[in-house]
Design a protein around this ligand. Structure first.
Ligand code: GDP
Ligand code: MG
Length: 178
């Protein structure tokens, strides 16, 4: 018998870091320079044939308009089992905001057994590196570990770099924790 798992995963981070782009790339295999700012909360669904026994219905929850406050309402967080915290590696302020987002997440939702919700850190827009527009990002291994992330990835929604890898890492962790 196959089991079906519905997973609610939040995508948080400052305005313009590429949250909507990452979701569109992952779910619809497209990229555009011009996504209008999402209004309110929106989610996209991707169905994964995970293994012989398991179908994963992955809900990726986007936010918008509310990024500027650096926190979200509890309704948005309710029953989330994972999160992607995104920053734009070409804008330092968005990296500084990562801690704020992680704290907001941990203060508003936990797993049913009280542990923090697993989260992966995404350093998005890594395609800029090849154009020399920003200094090479230092390794964030220690930072990610210290702040309680499962791991971190340099991603590009534009070039489709590491988005699958990052989300697969997160889903693996969510399923293995059951
Ligand atoms: P959000 O506010 O976090 O949802 O960010 P958006 O997804 O709307 O992206 C903001 C801007 O950054 C848009 O112009 C996107 O085209 C651009 N963008 C998003 N991801 C990438 C990426 O990986 N590389 C580059 N070069 N631009 C990106
Ligand atoms: Mg958006």
């Amino acid at each position: 018998m196959q089991r079906e798992r519905l997973l609610k995963v939040l995508v948080v981070g400052d305005l313009g870091v590429g949250k909507t782009s990452i979701i569109k790339r992952y779910v619809h295999q497209v990229f555009s320079q011009h996504y209008r700012a999402t209004i309110g909360v929106d989610f996209a669904l991707k169905v994964l044939n995970w293994d012989k026994q398991t179908v994963v219905r992955l809900q990726l929850w986007d936010i918008a308009g509310q990024e500027r406050y650096g926190n979200m309402t509890r309704v948005y967080y309710r029953e989330a089992v994972g999160a992607l915290v995104v920053f734009d590696m070409t804008r330092l302020s968005t990296f500084q905001a990562v801690l704020k987002w992680k704290r907001d997440l941990d203060s508003k939702v936990t797993l049913s057994d009280g542990r923090p919700v697993p989260a992966v850190l995404l350093a998005n827009k890594c395609d800029h590196l090849s154009h020399g527009l920003c200094p090479k990002l230092p390794k964030l291994d220690n930072f990610a570990q210290d702040q309680g992330f499962l791991g971190w990835y340099e991603t590009s929604a534009k070039d489709n770099t590491n988005i699958d890898a990052a989300i697969t890492h997160l889903v693996k962790n969510i399923l293995s924790a059951e």
